[in-house]
Design a protein around this ligand. Structure first.
Ligand code: GZL
Length: 304
């Protein structure tokens, strides 16, 4: 259509949290590919997990006069002022993969999974797996104050609420990283009779689960058998662990939040159509029954 803004005319500032997990690295590479495909000029800023760096990056994008801002907000709170500054500069903001506690008129849309549902799917799998056996669960939470950590905890607790035989006995943040996941799991194992009192691990992402699997093995126990392992993201390495019988289930999170975000932005720029306030991506359960090495081969090399 004559005069319709094509993506090629757009400059988008992207404030990314960092590279704390394989999934985050995949999201970054997919976002850059999506921008490339659409000939969008993407200004990328890595915040190294710090909110103040994201706020600084957003102010830089506003000063540059970008056409739009994408941000994966590291935590839910503390965004009102800088989002208002973007709104005052008439620069639309799209949230990727995490939500914020701010007035919805301060951002165009959030492209993310239903994180409560992800936690519920993980919990439902464990409920089905353990039946009426007593099961003490340890939980590795994501980054404190982040929407996935809050929501995935809620979803899992909803799933086990009516099953008195399943209880979360220890819960601590592993900040979505392998190293922290391993370290915190080592503490859980020590505190729980060398792990003999632990029936299952629920990790808010696969990277923490992979770190914890290492700790379980070093404690002389069999992950996937002595301690069941359920997590979220569906990164390649969790499928390798599943194929080795060391992990049991994961809930897939697509790393392609940018595709729907760019689509919404292009439509808005072309004819002013606003997207819904939430664009929810699919979640899919994978278990050892899903030919894990085949899935691993399909996923590796996709930027993880
Ligand atoms: C969830 C996303 C989480 C991933 C982690 O939408 O924000 O952040 O599950 C990542 O791997 O660190």
């Amino acid at each position: 259509m004559a005069g319709a803004a094509s993506a090629a005319d757009l400059t988008v500032g992207f404030s990314q949290i960092g590279s704390e997990s394989g999934w985050r690295a995949a999201e970054t590479s997919v976002t850059k590919q999506e921008a490339e495909k659409r000939k969008v000029d993407l200004k990328f800023a890595d915040a190294q997990q710090k909110q103040e760096n994201q706020i600084k990056a957003l102010r830089g994008f506003i000063a540059q006069g970008v056409d739009a801002i994408f941000i994966a907000p590291v935590v839910e709170t503390g965004w009102d002022t800088v989002l208002q500054e973007a709104k005052d500069a008439e620069i639309p903001v799209i949230l990727l993969d995490r939500g914020v506690k701010a007035s919805p008129d301060l951002y165009m849309t959030v492209v993310a999974s239903d994180q409560v549902h992800e936690g519920k799917v993980a919990g439902d799998w464990l409920v089905k797996d353990v039946g009426d056996k007593t099961c003490n669960v340890v939980e590795l939470q994501g980054t404190t104050g982040s929407s996935p950590a809050i929501n995935r905890k809620k979803g899992f607790e909803d799933a086990i609420a009516s099953h008195a035989n399943i209880k979360i006995t220890r819960s601590q943040t592993g900040d979505f990283t392998r190293a922290k996941g391993k370290e915190v799991m080592e503490g859980f194992l020590k505190a729980e009779n060398g792990g003999k009192n632990i029936c299952a691990l629920y990790a808010h992402n696969d990277d923490m689960a992979v770190g914890a699997i290492q700790a379980i093995k070093e404690a002389g126990l069999k992950p996937g058998t002595d301690i069941k392992v359920v997590s979220i993201d569906a990164v390649p390495d969790i499928f390798q662990a599943m194929a080795a019988g060391e992990a049991n289930a994961t809930v897939e999170l697509t790393p392609n939040m940018a595709g729907p975000a760019f689509d919404a932005l292009e439509k808005f720029k072309a004819d002013g159509t606003l997207p819904p306030k939430q664009i929810i991506t699919e979640s899919k359960l994978y278990t050892q029954a899903d030919d894990p090495m085949k899935v691993y081969e399909e996923k590796k090399g996709l930027g993880y």
